[in-house]
Design a protein around this ligand. Structure first.
Ligand code: SAH
Length: 258
């Protein structure tokens, strides 16, 4: 059995309880060495076999999984953040299907969620944006024609851009026609790690600031009005708005008891 596990964004405590348990039980761990915090490997048991997939091809990864399966061993394939976001685990799952090897997936805290936590912001502010676009600028992997940053920008939604901080100035130029050069932008480098850095600015100056900080990778770009302070209060906690769990405001002091 192979368990795909989301390692979380970096902080050792931001892996799920289930993910940690699987790491503790694994006979073989294959981890994405370019981004996964290697200290997570210390959760592994004595004698666990460890492979760094950053130095391996897909075939080599599959060969390790196949060998482990033949020996009746349990494998954890540790992906950074959550595997479903730029994790390239689909091709591994499809190959395991062809090989008749069973697997499951344990989700993780994606870096875009850790970035919001570090920024202390909410992506979905009423009156600002109710949509989050996760995307990237085309690089070695192309982005389909209908998903260019320029066209996505037209929605003026909250945008979180992966894998693109090395092209910060091009990203800003793509977004500025729709958001305006004064739109707030932030770059979060190594969200949740000890050496995390946050750079705040506007589309106009964020490129320069990021360059000054020497940030070239392992960072997310966040753009949109959610970074500002102008928004409407949520209906969820609005006293004049009743819902299933709170029928009117009389009597209630707003506290909960077990
Ligand atoms: N599956 C991962 C993303 C893998 S793609 C996830 O859910 O987060 C790799 C990209 O993710 C990096 O180029 C960077 O843009 C982003 N990333 C991963 N970890 C990060 C972190 N701790 N802080 C900021 N960005 C991170």
């Amino acid at each position: 059995m192979v368990h795909f596990v989301g390692a979380g964004p970096g902080d050792l405590e931001l892996i799920t309880v289930k993910g940690k348990r699987l790491l503790e039980e694994a006979d073989v761990i294959i981890y994405a060495g370019s981004l996964v915090n290697p200290r997570l490997l210390s959760y592994g048991k004595e004698g666990v076999e460890i492979h760094n997939s950053a130095e391996m091809t897909l075939e080599e990864v599959l060969a390790v999984m196949k060998q482990a399966e033949t020996e009746g061993k349990m494998t954890v394939r540790l992906h950074t953040g959550d595997p479903s976001v730029y994790g390239a685990h689909r091709e591994q799952m499809d190959a395991l299907d062809r090989l008749g090897i069973g697997y499951d997936v344990t989700p993780g805290v994606s870096s875009f969620l850790a970035a919001a936590a570090s920024l202390k912001k909410e992506y979905t502010l009423p009156g600002v944006s109710q949509t989050v676009i996760l995307t990237r600028k085309g690089g070695r992997t192309e982005v389909p024609a209908g998903e260019s940053l320029k066209s996505l920008a037209k929605h003026q939604a909250t945008m979180v851009i992966f894998l693109s901080v090395g092209q910060m100035e091009e990203v800003a130029a793509d977004l500025a026609p729709a958001y305006g050069w004064d739109a707030p932008a932030a770059v979060v480098y190594k969200a949740s790690w000890e050496d995390e850095k946050i750079v705040r600015g506007t589309l106009k100056d964020i490129g320069e600031k990021v360059k000054k900080e020497g940030i070239r990778k392992t960072a997310l770009i966040a753009v949109g009005g959610f970074l500002g302070d102008d928004y409407q209060l949520s209906r969820l906690y609005d006293g004049s708005f009743t819902h299933e769990f709170r029928k009117g405001t009389e009597g209630g002091d707003g506290t909960w008891q077990k």
